[in-house]
Structures are given as structure tokens and as C-alpha cells.
Design a protein around this ligand. Structure first.
Ligand code: SAM
Length: 265
């Protein structure tokens, strides 16, 4: 069963990624690894190089660049953030770019043989994203989608819980919920794999900044999202104590790659 429709604050997401655009590539190690996972699946699928491909939530265009190297010459990148698209266009002069929302794609029905996306649909309602991917794919087309699932950033969730604070951690869906959204959209042969990746930090400041500077703060559509200063300081104390005890601070990311096919007829 899918959870009720989740509402994301698109303006906030756009602003966060606009602000992150120029420094994104230096910080996005986990996202880079996920893009590698997506690319690997695409290469294994042995699709013709002439396949029209769209990267949804293309960000700074690293996956598009790698797809180009793998031979795909007809590529489109789509993103909500114009600043991310500007960086992507610099790195991919041959690709076409469209500013738009994954949940309401400004793209024609049945127009791509391959839809890819990496580290983006966790900012969307997965069911709506899956339906839109289905719509723009040609019959027989393939979707390869990397996303973060629960228990990503579980160390943050645990900290909020232990401190008795109301949770302001991004509500990641489970791998089963994401897969179900693709089944429900009409896809067949839906399969997914997950790997947990950890990033280690030697200071609390570095850990907080890595999440904030990637534009990855919570962007659910609710008002008064800002963390109160007293709550922020309690979190800092919590992680300082953890760092003293463990000698390092880890953040874990549950990286899922899902593959699905739009039936041929
Ligand atoms: C974490 S970045 C990942 C970028 C890139 N795919 C990568 O692997 O590095 C997430 C990207 O998704 C974009 N994004 C988030 N929600 C979106 C939406 N609803 N429609 C289009 N793009 C969206 C953001 O602007 C951002 O560029």
C-alpha cells in the first residue's frame, strides 16, 4: 500500500538546489556513486546508442555526461533548478535541456526509449513520478531510477527521537513503497536492488554542512520548518558526545536502483 500523497515545497527545493549548484559536484560523493549504479544498469541493458534518453532531475549533468561517453547521443536533461541546468549545459554542450517538474513533465507522451533518474525522486511523490515516467516512455521503453530510501540518514532520525524533538528528517519511503509505485503506474518487470553507503565525518559542523550544502534539507510542504535554536544546540551536543565516544560520525544512505519496463502494447 502506498502512503498518502506527500506534498513537497517545490519552490524551496528549487531554491536549495539553485544555491547548491556551483559547489554541488565537489560534495556529492554518494550521489556520484548512485549515478554510477544507474549507468551500470543502462550499459548492461545493451540499448541501441540511438535510443532517446531523458535524465529526470539531472542536476549538474554528471549522469548525462557519462551516458554521452557510453555512446548515447540523443539526450535530454530536465530539472527544477535553472542554476543546476546551467552547470549541466556547460558540461554537456550536445544535450538538450528543459526546466520542469518530474511530477508534471513538459514532455510528450511516448517520446523516449529510456528514462533515467538518479538521486532526485526522493523529492517527489513517487507514484506521480512513476506515472509521468510511464507516460513519456515509448511502449517497450525502460526506466532506470536511483533513489534514496528508508533508512537513509537514520543517525539523524535517531538523534531527533532520542532528544524527544519533532522529526525534521526527510521522510524517505521504503524500497517496497517505491517499487509499488512503479507497479501501480503500469510498469512490468519491476526489480530493485539496494546498497547502504556510509560517509564519515570528523566534526559535527562538517556533517551538518554536508547535508545542508548539498541542498538536501527537508523540503516537505509544511510551514515553520526551521529548527529552533535550542533544538539545534541540543543536536550539536548529541553529535559532539557521539563523536567523542566513537571517534567519528557516520551518515548512512540507503541507495536503491530500480528498473522497470513499459509494456510493448
Ligand atoms: C541530489 S540532486 C541529484 C542530481 C543528479 N541527478 C545527480 O545524480 O547528481 C537532485 C536534483 O533533483 C532536482 N529535483 C528535485 N525535485 C525535482 C522535481 N520535482 N522535478 C525536477 N527536478 C527536481 C533538484 O533540483 C536537483 O538538481
Amino acid at each position: 500500500m502506498n502512503s498518502p500523497k506527500r506534498l513537497f515545497d517545490k519552490q524551496r527545493i528549487e531554491l536549495q538546489f539553485d544555491l547548491a549548484a556551483e559547489r554541488y559536484d565537489k560534495l556529492a560523493s554518494v550521489q556520484r556513486a548512485m549515478a554510477g549504479d544507474v549507468l551500470q544498469r543502462v550499459v548492461q541493458a545493451e540499448l541501441p546508442a540511438s535510443t532517446r534518453v531523458v535524465d529526470l532531475g539531472c542536476g549538474t549533468g554528471e549522469l548525462l555526461r557519462r551516458l554521452g561517453t557510453a555512446g548515447f547521443s540523443q539526450a535530454t536533461g530536465l530539472d527544477l533548478s535553472q542554476k543546476m541546468l546551467d552547470v549541466a549545459a556547460r558540461q554537456n554542450p550536445a544535450a538538450r535541456f528543459v526546466r520542469g517538474d518530474i511530477e508534471s513533465l513538459p514532455l510528450a507522451d511516448d517520446s523516449f526509449g529510456l528514462v533515467v533518474s538518479s538521486a532526485a525522486i526522493q523529492w517527489c511523490n513517487a507514484a506521480t513520478a512513476a506515472s509521468e515516467m510511464f507516460r513519456v516512455l515509448c511502449p517497450g521503453g525502460k526506466a532506470v531510477v536511483g533513489t534514496f530510501a528508508d533508512p537513509t540518514l537514520e543517525q539523524w532520525s535517531e538523534a531527533f527521537e532520542q532528544l524527544g524533538l519533532s522529526k525534521r528528517v526527510h521522510p524517505f519511503q521504503s524500497i517496497d513503497q517505491v517499487s509499488q509505485s512503479f507497479d501501480d503506474a503500469g510498469f512490468v518487470n519491476v526489480s530493485s536492488r539496494q546498497v547502504i553507503r556510509s560517509v564519515e565525518f570528523d566534526s559535527v559542523k562538517a556533517m551538518f554542512r554536508s547535508v545542508q550544502r548539498l541542498g538536501a534539507a527537508n523540503a516537505m510542504d509544511s510551514r515553520n520548518q526551521r529548527l529552533r535554536r535550542s533544538d539545534y544546540l541540543a543536536l550539536v551536543d548529541h553529535f559532539e558526545a557521539l563523536l567523542k565516544r566513537e571517534g567519528t560520525l557516520g551518515l548512512s544512505y540507503c541507495c536503491v536502483v530500480l528498473e522497470a519496463i513499459k509494456p510493448a502494447s
